[in-house]
Every structure is written in C-alpha cells, then in structure tokens.
Ligand binder design. Structure first.
Ligand code: PLP
Length: 357
C-alpha cells in the first residue's frame, strides 16, 4: 500500500536540538507522524505521513473510556558510519500484534507496517541524533476510535507513530539505580493483560511509583500478585539477577512483558555459554544470596534504558546493597555488546540490525 505524504515546507520545520547532551526522554517530537485508519469492512487503509499535531477524536472514543489501546517502543540509531539503523523492529511489530489480539484489536500487516516505519524514519532522518547514548525513540500506538459509551469492541481504530530524539532514560544514566520492592500494590496477574503493552498496566503502576519516588527510589520492583514473593519485573524493564554464577530471569508466565531486550540478553548470555535460567525467583532467595555474598549483580533490561544496573534493593524497611553499589561486570559487558551491535561497532551474529538509510 502506497504511503501518502503531506510534508511541511523546510522553513516550517522545527529547529533540531542543538545540545544533544540535554535531550532527556520523550519531550521533543519530530515534525511529522504516521497515521493509518481501520474500519470494519475496510481493513487498515490510508497510510500517510503528515505534520505532527493534535488528533481529532470524539470525547466518546472507546479508548478514552475503556482503554482499548496498545503501544510499542523502539529506537533508530545513528551508526558509527553515519547510517541509520534499527534493532529488531519486526519483533516489536510481532509483539504489537500479540498485544492487539489480547485487546481485541485487529492485527496489523507486519511487512507493510514495517515498510511504513522505515519510510517515516527516512523522512525524519535529520532528527536521528549523533551523540553517543542518544537515539530516535519511536512510539507506534493503536487506539480504539469508535464513539460509543457502551462497553464493546471498537469497529474503528487509529494506528499512529510519533518519534523524537532521546538521551538517557534515567537521570542516573548507566549508573546503578535504587529499587523499592513493592508489597502492597501489584502490576498485573496471570490471566490479565500484563504481557500486553497496553496503557492500563502503566496507569495501574503510577501510585506505587509515586510513593517509591517520594521515598527516594528510582523504580518499583513488582512481586507476583498471588503470594507477593516471586520477582516479576521493574517499571518498564525485565529483571535479571546473577547468583553464584547463574544468570536468572523470571519466565514468561503471563503477567510480565516479553521484552525484546530481555530476549536479546538471554541469547547473548547463552551464546557466551553462561549458566542461564528462566525460572521462578523469590525475593527471599535474592536476599539470602545477598546475605551469603552470592548475589553478584542485578540489572534491568529494556529499550529505553538498555541495561540498567541495580545498586540496592529496598525490602521491608532495609536497604540491601548489590555489587557494592557499582555496575557489575556482566551489566557492563552486555551494555557494551548490545550498544556495540546497535551502532554497528561490533559484529551482529544474530542478524538483529536493519539498515534503514
Ligand atoms: C516495554 C517494556 C519492557 C521492555 O521491553 P523491551 O522490548 O525490551 O523494550 C519491560 N517491561 C515492561 C512493563 C514494558 O512495558
């Protein structure tokens, strides 16, 4: 399907940020966005690149009342050769379709949607920043647009993609964060929508995050909804622990988000012949290992922060230090390898990188 383009004249485009060391996260948007509609009987249609701006939406649009929405997050990078690269973009669209299924949203045609994504990035190529650690963040989203106050599956949707240059996700950068183990609130339960990237999961997490921030913690570590014992994940990251040489992450049992960074880290660790387990891990086991001096390191994984080392874990009023509050060796190695592959500095043995321009 041809993508229609309605582009701004060059003199109406915004100036690019001059200081790439101060980009922050998710506050600056490119000049253009991508839109595509769905209507029952008409399938996905009218793909178009248009100037970035407000969406016209009925106040009765189903998404505003019942949260029928899914989103994705991925990045385009300025490679060392000046080219523009993306990391496993097809995996994001495939995950989006799994989220779509869970939310009763019609699936997107992966190949075409991928082509449109590349087209948008190429159109905005000047917005891909160059400074190390920066990238162009891409946010594909689907919302239910039918105007109706009855709870039902929408017959109309809008798929849109907005983008903007970003720096480090956390103000700490690649420095260890302090995490707060949450026992009162839960993020998601098995059978719910925790494994879909859908808005309700994040709305549900805000109060716990606010309370943790007020106490001086960067992130909330979620425990399972049943026993409040097993480690689930952190905010917008999957969690890894290294205990006595074993690299452990929670299995994809239905309430955690199947991260693409998580999958990439598992693949790399197995490739390096490390002892890797996707298994249930309780907070008690983590703290026992810490007490015995066997908790070597802990880190979160996600597109926004890549690898985020954990310096301390706060549980029931006590702070437990991890890796002396420093960035552990595996966190370092994974960060260097992953960003090296993404920027074309290192070989890409798994075929993860796609050259866009
Ligand atoms: C997006 C997200 C992740 C990380 O997924 P990536 O594909 O690695 O970016 C982890 N947990 C949650 C809750 C998320 O929303």
């Amino acid at each position: 399907m041809e993508c229609r383009k309605e582009l701004l004249p060059a003199d109406s485009c915004k100036p690019k940020p001059t200081d790439e060391s101060k980009l922050g996260f998710g506050q600056i948007f490119c000049d253009h966005m991508f839109l595509m509609d769905y209507e029952k009987g008409k399938d996905w249609h009218d793909p178009r690149i248009v100037p970035y701006g407000p969406l016209a939406l009925s106040p009765a649009a189903l998404v505003l009342h019942y949260g029928q929405e899914v989103f994705e997050g991925l990045k385009a990078y300025r490679g060392v050769d000046g080219g523009i690269y993306m990391f496993r973009p097809q995996a994001n669209l495939e995950r989006m379709n799994r989220s779509n299924k869970r939310l009763c949203i019609p699936e997107l045609p992966v190949q075409e949607t991928l082509e449109h994504l590349f087209e948008l990035v190429k159109t905005e190529h000047e917005w891909v920043p160059t400074l190390e650690g920066t990238s162009l963040y891409i946010r594909p989203t689907v919302i239910a647009t039918e105007a109706c106050l009855g709870v039902k599956v929408s017959s109309k949707y809008l798929y849109f993609v907005i983008m903007g240059p970003v720096g480090a996700y956390y103000p700490e950068g690649f420095n260890p964060v302090r995490i707060y183990v949450e026992e009162n609130y839960v993020r998601a339960s098995v059978g719910g929508v925790g494994e879909a990237k859908t808005m309700g999961n994040y709305a549900a997490s805000l109060l716990a995050a606010e309370e943790a921030h007020a106490k001086g913690f960067t992130q909330v570590l979620w425990l399972d909804a049943c026993d409040r014992k097993s480690i689930e994940e952190v905010g917008t990251m999957n969690m890894f622990f290294v205990i006595d040489g074993e690299v452990i992450t929670s299995p994809l049992h239905g309430s955690i988000l199947p991260g693409i960074t998580r999958d990439s880290v598992l693949t790399m660790c197995r490739h390096w012949d490390l002892n890797v387990s996707e298994r249930k891990l309780t907070i008690d086991e983590v703290l026992e290992a810490q007490a015995a001096g066997k908790l070597e390191e802990a880190f979160g994984t996600g597109t926004a922060a890549v690898i985020s080392p954990v310096g301390s874990i706060h549980y029931r009023g006590t702070d437990y230090t991890v890796a002396d509050g420093q960035t552990g060796p595996l966190s370092h190695k994974l960060y260097d390898e992953l960003t090296g592959i993404q920027l074309g500095k290192r070989p890409d043995p798994f075929g993860w990188v796609v050259k866009v321009k």
